[in-house]
Design a protein around this ligand. Sequence first.
Ligand SMILES: Nc1ncnc2c1ncn2[C@@H]1O[C@H](COP(=O)(O)OP(=O)(O)OP(=O)(O)O)[C@@H](O)[C@H]1O
Ligand SMILES: O=P(O)(O)OC[C@H]1O[C@H](OP(=O)(O)OP(=O)(O)O)[C@H](O)[C@@H]1O
Length: 211
Amino acid sequence: MTRPLTIAVPKGRILKDLIPLVRRAGLDSAPLEASDRRLVRPTADGAIRYVFLKPDDVPTYVEYGAADLGVSGRDTLLERRHDLYTPLDLGIGRCRLVVAGPEQTEVPDLPRVATKYPRIAGDHFASKGVVAEIIPVHGSVELAPLVGLSHLIVDIVETGSTLRENRLEVLETVTEVSTLLVANRASYKLRSDAIRPLVERLRAATAGAGR
Ligand SMILES: Nc1ncnc2c1ncn2[C@@H]1O[C@H](COP(=O)(O)OP(=O)(O)OP(=O)(O)O)[C@@H](O)[C@H]1O
Ligand SMILES: O=P(O)(O)OC[C@H]1O[C@H](OP(=O)(O)OP(=O)(O)O)[C@H](O)[C@@H]1O
């Protein structure tokens, strides 16, 4: 019997957008919908097994071949720069990575910038010739300028309510973000009979959805 395709999916907010997409593609979404603590979940026909990960770990598992495919935000991929193939933009998880700061603030010449994305933020300021001190944090990023940890932040904005409710404003967009299907380079070649039809089904389901 052929080995199932292993697909790494993030456990968080992207899952709720992924489920209808997988369903529209005619794939078995039941393992994604189960509310239990299993981290490995095969489909009924045994063709696919989904593995559940923290979003930052998805590209790692795919690059090492522990998963053949994965679902990962462009923000995570830009920050971590794994060697992966990206066959498809799934068109879900749309948001923006932005530079933000307190409303109507004067930004100093050498700003401190708090972010979960130190590489992206560092590159962004360097490309503008600004020497910024990047301060890595793991969450509640909007807090940093409110209590003097940083002057600015680089973070995700989706609805804008977290910025608004903390009296911060967008100063510039670093990049638009959506969720991509990523593939292990060797798997994409060696398991192309299983992977290509699946990518085409997802592509058809993606067309017109959430755009
Ligand atoms: N409002 C948002 N905040 C953060 N990420 C978002 C948002 N909207 C879309 N995204 C995308 O979702 C990805 C993270 O979602 P995911 O389901 O993978 O985890 P999560 O809900 O953030 O969980 P965790 O807090 O454990 O990282 C981001 O990398 C980004 O591409
Ligand atoms: O524009 P909005 O719709 O308000 O969404 C953006 C917020 O959502 C994310 O935080 P998350 O909920 O992941 O919490 P965190 O602070 O722990 O990262 C992100 O880091 C922003 O804080």
